[in-house]
Design a protein around this ligand. Sequence first.
Ligand code: ZN
Length: 182
Amino acid sequence: MKTAVIVIDMLNDFVTGRLKCERAKLIVPNLQKLLSIARQNNVPVIYACDAHSEDDFELKLWGPHAMKGTKGAEIIPELKPEKGDYVIEKKTYSAFFGTKLHELLQKIGVKELILTGIHTHVCVQHTAADAFFRGYKVVVVQDCVQAFDEKSHRDSLEYMKTNYGAKIKSSDAVIEEWVSNL
Ligand code: ZN
């Protein structure tokens, strides 16, 4: 089954900037490894990144963050996209909402999404919901997603497993499948 890795909101503002999350740093080395092996195995890498405008309704709740065109909206230097990767801008939690992600996935024949990034219980979970509603299989890489606290992270993994049939896997297990071509 053709899979793609989705990297959600690994942007300066979410890792070190306005909405910084110390726990986001924990997943950076795991993501570096996962993405590098994905590329070696021709697994598409798709970044879904907040790129907000002043009038986005979501800013009322979170304050300004990842404003389009600013440094805060850039992908962190450790995870810079490489040639052949895709970058999709979004305006709220889900990578599908108001974006061309579904069209892109259809075009490249992807049936299963490997979700990574932050936060487990916000943007990852909403993307998992929209993926499920559109008929994609969902895998969440438990050591490549994070949240502000452990409870939100754990509860959300459980929620996605129960409600979207998400498979919760370690990055090592995902890599193992790619390398052995399962
Ligand atoms: Zn946002």
